[in-house]
Design a binder for this molecule. Structure first.
Ligand SMILES: [Zn+2]
Length: 1055
């Protein structure tokens, strides 16, 4: 029997000419096993439908018929979606109060609320509108599920009984707060709730496009606020239909299962009368009988984990992220109450700390679900930091602060590093992970690479020292899936190691606030748990997932070296002041720790400022978040970041002063400063000979054509009137550094117009627009002539709006020429670099990374080579052939490249989105050119780059008679003592961290004059290895290193 037509409209979409309708004569449908569990009347209904004389066999009309039936607009009278809500009822009253501040609930509810209504606008951007909602549920709704339906712009939080209870965000498909699942006669029908609406969207308030700078005057509208009866059975039917239709669609015409789904969906449309809920159970039964048809044993398994990627700041300021966390996580807690199988993974200790401080009630609920293993802290770091630019020590601190927080708050360390959204991953990370208790790594960002497709989904990632971590890239290429059929199929099909491993991860849930998973996503995934034709989908945890991968690891490939993202390479340069703040503050905290540690060992009365240092480190680590340090954030965030750097500079400076006073109090001058007697402090572990004063007399000659020669017996530089280095000669080896007929220190400017991601991307084609900067403003003039220091200065005009002024400095005995550079920068979409064409030939250049270095090709042979046309480095880079090379050192830059024999340092960009003011204004930075004999290792390039970044401290002192004092020395030049700090868990202990910097196997001595009584090996989390005590010998501690190995030692002090 054909289901009665019930007056339903036919699809009106015009069909393509080849679309002919075929009739399937005698097409009987016992294709699907009847469970037999249905009541007789239902079975009869089904049989009746199946026995219909004809079934349309036209795939497109059949499919579109089912889709139309599902969709809301168009045919609301006969579509299923139009039946989702039953009755509606207006609110009793609505009033509001607006404030430019983000204020606590207690303060908000004490304010004066004014009457408001649906349709009202509020704002502007970044304000908060608090709504007081008084409601009364009609008596006749007893037994029904009742929602407060709230559709407004902005991001909302419902407060009930002074507690946050539900996030509301249109973009996150969260517009309902469930007042009751099943209204009881006895429960109160009238209540008051508050809705706190932040005047920004899920992705900020970009004017016209996502990443445009925020529109400060945006208005936000309340579109709907009412009570509704929610028809749960309609919701369930909608999900059934959706899964069937999507399977029909995405399994494709080659797949017989696709047609089964199509005809079942069609049959369900025939059976269903949207106006008669008594027809629903039979239809649901039909769907579930299909979902119960199981896969074979070999089917791929997808480990679904709920997730809500929250950028700690990006298109909104840090403060808003605190509320985003609360809105999202309270929503997750509500879902957990209703879905016992639901698991949610959540990274970034900083965000937990925010919620702990600002939403203690919610935090307690989260801790309860964490105990159950369902709300799962992951990642082990303080924030999801940039993966390229933070120093080695900063990366250690990300883990140290993160893991210690997770241990203290949740009783366990994370076993996986979680960085799904960061713009490339340093080749030192595997070793740092292993040293911080981490075995596994998850990201998906490399799927964004523009040029090459990364060949693995599950593999071992091996760092420069040989450490390995089991790594997985969720093949859905996303961290915010919606739990759709299409995504699960993609996850399985796109797994590049299928056949080797039978498990993939899928992270689902809206990101960036108000978000996370929805009930609908969970309902979809439930239906896909084990349905023939689809991969198996199970709720899982990182521990379970990676344990399954470990069982299958024997066939996996290994990827050695960095995971380079072939996109977003502009982020090594954008927002130069943030980069400078990062490098400078890393140095300040290093020096503060070193000097405070020394003070601690010398004076019993000295209090190591551990709490202040932790506070400052956490500010620095927060600014390393993957949209802040890369410079891809709005102006408000830049202002916040600069505030934090200012705090580190000033408080860090005071800590250094305190330590110096404690160490040398009696020697310090208290009166007016004089340079006659200076105490010089070196925070690096090797002896240095440097010019610290500008007084003296000179070797410097000006030539009639305006050029100048500077020479110090080590190097001799010849500069033309534009400050370009025509020659840089290494005196004793008689080698010229600069390529014949070319000049180094050549400023060049490029058009810099990316396709979309303005602050993020510099595209390969920018290289075609290269223009040398040759407009001379002030020709080269001598500034200092001295036997200790000589310098010259010049100015160039970049454009009418931008000027470079540079002082080129040569110090006595110094092997490098230093370029102290000031740029007044006022450009749009232009990129400033400085070039050094060298008389050096090599297939590879060397770049410093965290605790080591790596090589990248200087040619563009393959797509993997030319995709790295713009790369990152830390304090130095080097181009060497056998016996000779040239290094380029810098004090705050990260973007770089070496193509053929031309070394380039990237200086300034001028993107306009998401911060229209990015990089506009004055800049100061230093780089240095260092020619050298032999290899860069032998020439001490690494030490000199440290020296440039860690200037000697000079303090006026009463007398120069103070004997030299050294706390530490390391015998091998290959081993760098990077860190000296108080141990986290032992007030009488110091932790020292050293690394092998040459890529060699070394045995060396660490000597110390400090009162050390015991030395124990420890890991990067400072957990001592009790079986690994180091004997204290006459020469100090004997330490052996493998290439690029990082070692930490706990030194227990004699009291
Ligand atoms: Zn992100």
């Amino acid at each position: 029997m054909q289901a009665p037509p019930r007056g339903r409209s036919r699809p009106t979409v015009p069909l393509p000419p080849h679309g002919t309708c075929a009739v399937a004569h005698g097409f009987r449908l016992p294709l699907w096993p009847d469970s037999g569990a249905a009541p007789p009347s239902v079975s009869a209904l089904l049989r009746g439908a199946m026995a219909g004389p004809q079934v349309l066999k036209h795939r497109r009309t059949t499919l579109e018929r089912a889709e139309k039936f599902l969709s809301g607009p168009g045919f609301p009278d006969c579509s299923l979606r139009g039946r989702l809500f039953g009755g509606t009822c207006p609110l009793v009253s609505l009033s509001c109060f607006q404030t430019p501040q983000r204020i606590p609930y207690d303060e908000a509810v004490r304010q004066e609320f004014r009457p408001a209504k649906v349709g009202d606008s509020f704002g502007p951007t970044w304000w908060t509108c608090w709504f007081k909602v008084e409601l009364s549920i009609p008596r006749e709704w007893v037994g029904k599920e009742v929602h407060l339906l709230w559709e407004s712009d902005g991001e909302g939080m419902v407060w009930r009984d002074a507690q946050p209870v539900q996030g509301l965000t249109k973009e996150g498909e969260k517009t309902s707060y469930i007042l009751t699942d099943n209204l009881k006669e006895a429960e109160p029908h009238s209540l008051t709730v508050y809705v706190e609406v932040a005047c920004n969207g899920l992705f900020g308030a970009g004017k016209g496009s996502l990443i445009a700078p925020p529109d400060p005057d945006k208005k936000f509208t309340l579109h709907k606020a009412e009570l509704v009866v929610f028809n749960r059975d309609v919701h369930e039917l909608l999900v059934d239909f959706e899964i069937l239709v999507d399977m029909a669609k995405f399994l494709g015409e080659e797949n017989q299962r696709s047609f089964q789904m199509l005809y079942v969906a069609n049959q369900m449309v025939n059976l269903l009368d949207v106006t008669d809920s008594s027809t629903f159970p039979a239809v649901r039964h039909r769907a579930s009988s299909i979902f119960r048809q199981k896969n074979g044993e070999s089917q791929h398994t997808i480990h679904a984990m709920g997730h809500c990627h929250i950028d700690s700041a990006w298109l909104w300021p840090y403060e808003e992220s605190i509320r985003k966390c609360a809105r999202s996580w309270v929503t997750v807690v509500r879902l957990m109450e209703k879905n016992p199988e639901f698991t949610f993974v959540c990274s970034q200790a900083q965000q937990f700390e925010w919620v702990r401080n600002w939403y203690p009630g919610l935090y307690a609920q989260i801790q309860d679900y964490a105990k159950e293993g369902r709300f799962i802290p992951v990642g082990g770091t303080w924030v999801e930091m940039d993966g390229n630019l933070p120093s080695g020590e900063s990366m250690v601190r990300q883990f140290l602060q993160g893991q210690r927080f997770f241990q203290q708050q949740f009783g366990k360390l994370c076993l996986e590093f979680w960085l799904p959204d960061t713009f490339g991953y340093s080749a030192q990370l595997p070793q740092l992970m292993r040293g911080c208790g981490i075995r596994w790594f998850l990201t998906q960002k490399l799927s964004w690479s523009l040029v090459n497709t990364f060949p693995h989904s599950t593999f071992f990632w091996e760092g420069i020292d040989g450490s390995q971590v089991l790594t997985h890239f969720p093949p859905g290429n996303s961290y915010d899936l919606k739990g759709r059929v299409e995504e699960m199929l993609k996850t399985m099909n796109n797994n590049k190691d299928k056949g080797r491993v039978n498990h993939s991860a899928a992270l689902f849930g809206f990101g960036d606030g108000g978000g996370g998973p929805t009930q609908k996503m969970l309902d979809r995934l439930k239906r896909m748990s084990d349905t023939d034709g689809l991969p198996r989908v199970q709720m899982s945890t990182p521990d379970h997932f990676f344990s399954m991968l470990e069982k299958e690891k024997t066939q996996l490939f290994t990827w050695t070296g960095e995971l380079f993202l072939e996109l977003h390479n502009g982020t090594y340069t954008t927002q130069a002041q943030i980069k400078k703040g990062n490098r400078e503050c890393e140095r300040i905290l290093h020096d503060a720790e070193v000097l405070s540690s020394f003070a601690l060992t010398q004076k019993n009365t000295f209090q190591y400022p551990s709490i202040k240092l932790q506070h400052l480190w956490r500010l620095l680590l927060l600014n390393q978040f993957h949209d802040v340090l890369p410079g891809s954030c709005i102006q408000l965030v830049v202002e916040d970041a600069m505030k934090y750097y200012a705090e580190i500079r000033s408080m860090g400076g005071l800590l250094i002063k305190d330590a110096v006073r404690s160490l040398f109090g009696e020697l310090l001058l208290t009166g007016p400063e004089t340079e006659e007697s200076l105490l010089v402090l070196n925070t690096l572990p090797w002896e240095r000979t440097e010019v610290i004063s500008r007084t003296g007399a000179k070797t410097l000659g000006a030539i009639a054509d305006g050029s100048v020669t500077m020479e110090n017996g080590v190097i001799a530089a010849h500069l033309d009137s534009m400050g370009r280095v025509m020659s840089l000669y290494l005196v004793h080896s008689g080698r010229e550094s600069v390529q014949d007929g070319h000049c180094a220190n050549q400023f060049v400017i490029f058009d810099d117009v990316p396709l979309y991601w303005d602050a993020w991307d510099v595209m390969d084609y920018h290289l075609e627009t290269r223009k040398p900067v040759t407009t001379l403003l002030k020709p080269l003039a001598i500034v200092l002539t001295g036997s200790l220091r000589g310098s010259v200065k010049f100015s160039l005009q970049i454009s009418e709006r931008s000027v470079i002024t540079q002082e080129v400095i040569l110090d006595a005995m110094c092997p490098y020429l230093r370029f102290l550079t000031q740029v007044d920068w006022n450009e749009a979409h232009r990129f400033l670099k400085v070039e050094f064409p060298l008389r050096v030939r090599s297939m590879n250049a060397t770049y410093e990374i965290q605790f080591g270095h790596l090589q990248r090709p200087t040619h563009w042979n393959t797509s993997w080579d030319w995709a790295r046309f713009e790369v990152w480095t830390h304090k130095w880079m080097d181009l060497s052939e056998h016996g000779f090379g040239v290094a380029l050192l810098n004090d705050c830059k990260y973007g770089a490249s070496v193509h053929k024999n031309v070394m380039s340092l990237s200086l300034l960009r001028a993107p306009k989105s998401p911060d229209a003011t990015a990089d506009i204004g004055p800049h100061e930075f230093t780089y240095a050119m260092m020619p050298h004999k032999g290899s860069f290792h032998e020439a001490g390039v690494i030490h000199y780059a440290y020296n440039l970044n860690f200037p000697l401290h000079t303090v006026p002192a009463v007398s120069a008679q103070c004997p030299a004092w050294s706390a530490f020395s390391v015998h091998s030049p290959a081993v760098v003592l990077e860190t000296v700090k108080q141990a986290e868990d032992r007030l009488d202990g110091l932790v020292v961290r050293l690394y092998e910097s040459h890529g060699s196997t070394v045995v060396t001595w660490l000597q110390t004059s400090l009162p050390v009584k015991e030395a124990i090996n420890c890991d990067l989390l400072e957990r001592p290895d009790p079986s690994s005590h180091l004997p204290l010998e006459e020469h100090g501690l004997k330490l052996s290193f493998t290439p690029f190995q990082v070692r930490s030692v706990l030194l227990i002090l004699r009291q």
